[in-house]
Design a protein around this ligand. Structure first.
Ligand code: ADP
Ligand code: MG
Length: 354
């Protein structure tokens, strides 16, 4: 009840917006469920020329996306782009739609950055705000990739602890927050689901991006009693969450991003799709995939294995604990953050274990 009152008061003092308040700028994205623009406020000339906001005009599914963003801003705001406001816009001739407003976090998604020849050094420069004069090499690249992975897993752990599974984790949905924390944040909660209250349970399965989706079709087993599909708050037992581990769907996708960061050749769509086919043929077992490709690997592919093999292979160990066929055998975001791959304490722990 207190939470409810707090949320209401907080909402009351937040600025509200209407359709005519915005000046549309560049189109940033367009999908089957909405269009995204960079926008500025009409009454704020200072922001006019660039546009320091992002506006998504969404279809009927926008209601769920607003709900998810409201929840994130109260429970784990650092995980995602700063959400400002969402409302039902009725005046359009094409019918009603939901409008969502965020702060414009920055120009670059992880996808943009990964497709540059300069990756991962371009990310290092973004995080540090300056270009380093250090010699380039595997060790330095590994450290940058570690930093990106840590930030991703941190954001993901925030969502999962809140009870939200994103279901569309991919480099295009990860933005570098230049305007804010200078870290990576997650965007696009359009396919997200909140299993603890049964919001958007499975009705949007068709939304899943096959390039990054884990092999399980449904993130909850078919034995699970069906939850309401409309946004009604019906308490779902946390025990159910524990049993089905739906968060591991996002872990698989994050593992594929890790893989793409280590292997430049897997960054293109066509090669990622080909990799997915190979992995499926290997029964989703990365170790046997490695056995089949390594003997005839290009020098570029070999360099990726070399990177993951640094420090006794802890990178490879983390990767293989994320990309596994069975959800319950995958690590969680929280456990991954404690993996020896991240940091000196972890390295010490590993040396004790051996
Ligand atoms: P969809 O994928 O449904 O079209 P997204 O929410 O992923 O919608 O947004 C589309 C694109 O807009 C993103 O890939 C990103 O480039 C950009 N974008 C979205 N939100 C922000 C934000 N808060 N700051 C900067 N750019 C953003
Ligand atoms: Mg998107």
């Amino acid at each position: 009840w207190d939470m409810f009152v707090l949320a209401f008061v907080e909402r009351l003092f937040r600025p509200t917006y209407r359709k005519d308040d915005f000046v549309l700028g560049k189109k940033l994205g367009e999908g089957a469920f909405g269009v995204v623009y960079r926008v500025s406020l009409a009454k704020n000339p200072a922001s006019k020329k660039e546009g320091d906001l992002v506006l998504k005009k969404a279809t009927e599914y926008g209601a769920v996306e607003i709900w998810m963003n409201e929840r994130v801003r109260r429970a784990c705001s650092s995980s995602c782009a700063d959400f400002l406001y969402g409302f039902l816009e009725n005046s359009s001739k094409k019918g009603a739609g939901y409008w969502l407003l965020w702060r414009f976090e920055g120009e670059a998604t992880l996808s943009d950055l990964m497709l540059s020849k300069d990756f991962p050094y371009n990310v290092e420069a973004m995080i540090l705000g300056e270009v380093q004069a250090l010699p380039k090499g595997l060790g330095r690249e590994n450290r940058i990739i570690q930093t990106i992975m840590r930030q991703l897993l941190f954001a993901l752990d925030g969502l999962h602890t809140t009870g939200i599974v994103h279901r569309d984790i991919k480099p295009q949905n990860i933005i570098f927050s230049e305007a804010g924390s200078r870290t990576f944040k997650i965007i696009d909660l359009g396919a997200a689901t909140d299993l603890r209250v049964g919001i958007n349970y499975i009705p949007k399965e068709f939304l899943l991006d096959p390039r990054y989706a884990a092999p399980e079709q449904y993130i909850m087993s078919t034995q699970t009693p069906s939850a309401p599909s409309a946004p009604v708050a019906t308490a779902l037992s946390p025990v159910l969450w524990q049993m089905n581990l739906p968060d591991r769907f996002d872990i698989y996708s994050t593992g594929l991003i890790f893989l793409q960061m280590a292997f430049p050749s897997l960054r293109s769509d066509s090669n990622l799709i080909q990799f997915n086919r190979q992995l499926k043929r290997c029964g989703y077992d990365l170790v046997s995939w490695r056995k089949t490709v390594e003997p005839r690997a290009s020098s570029e592919l070999r360099r990726g294995f070399e990177l993951l093999d640094l420090d006794g292979g802890i990178g490879w160990e983390l990767l293989t604990s994320m990309v596994r066929y069975k959800a319950r055998q995958r690590t969680s975001a929280k456990a991954a953050l404690a993996h020896p791959y991240f940091g000196r304490e972890g390295l010490l722990a590993l040396s004790f274990m051996q």
